[in-house]
Design a protein around this ligand. Structure first.
Ligand code: SF4
Length: 151
């Protein structure tokens, strides 16, 4: 039976980036298809209610773990608090994984939502996961970072 895997929607060609661009990674899609995986695309920031395009956002003065624990915020470049939308998107990702029996995710690196090894704090790239990845990792989902292509 095909294994369902969660993939950041921008990596499979959705123009859901904050700037309406995509990170379409044809090689990733080809490899997962060859492996017999069923790709389940998901964009936590759109699912959380943030439109596209939208102002860029980053974790404020902390890390994703603090956001998930309710001890830190995510703010956009205009200073608007978007923590609730980020947490809603992260929770939706986890629910999607549970619904489909997903154990693996391929996520766009450096995003404040989807980053795995790198994310953005105070608009600076730093080591550590984004908010969605933090929640998925806490729940046993194996997360693989993907650079993606900007298009
Ligand atoms: S990195 Fe994640 S939140 Fe950002 S556009 Fe891609 S899927 Fe959406």
């Amino acid at each position: 039976m095909a294994e369902p895997v969660l993939v950041s929607a921008c990596l499979i060609g959705s123009h859901c980036r904050y700037d309406s661009r995509t990170n379409h990674d044809h090689e990733l899609v080809r490899r997962l298809t060859e492996e017999g995986c069923t790709i389940v695309p998901y964009c936590p920031e759109e699912a959380g209610g943030l439109g596209t395009p939208r102002p860029g956002a980053s974790i404020q003065s902390a890390n994703a773990a603090a956001v998930v624990d309710g001890k830190a915020r995510v703010v956009d470049v205009h200073g608007r608090d978007v923590t609730a939308q980020f947490l809603k998107g992260a929770q939706g990702a986890l629910e999607t994984c549970r619904m489909h029996g997903i154990r693996r995710a391929y996520l766009k690196e450096r995003s404040p939502s989807c980053g795995t090894c790198a994310t953005h704090v105070d608009e600076v790239q730093v080591p550590g996961p984004g908010v969605t990845t933090e929640l998925l990792l806490r729940n046993g989902i194996a997360c693989t970072p993907v650079e993606g292509k900007k298009a």
